[in-house]
Design a protein around this ligand. Structure first.
Ligand SMILES: [Zn+2]
Length: 62
């Protein structure tokens, strides 16, 4: 089951990132390595990708 009942959970839904090196815009969303669904990007509590389908979470190291 999912942790935390999150009405207070905030997340950013900006779908694109701008690559300053190539000056191109890329789709920010990533495909889930486990089930192949599109993952969401969440920031509070640490930047991470989260799959709403299989609940796979991948933390982004900086
Ligand atoms: Zn998944």
């Amino acid at each position: 089951m999912s942790k935390g009942k999150g009405s207070e959970k905030r997340f950013r839904s900006s779908l694109y990132i701008i690559d300053t090196k190539t000056r191109s815009i890329k789709l920010k969303n990533k495909q889930c390595p486990r089930c192949g669904s599109i993952m969401g990007y969440y920031e509070p509590g640490g930047a991470r990708w989260y799959c709403g389908k299989c609940h796979y979470t991948e933390f982004i190291k900086k």
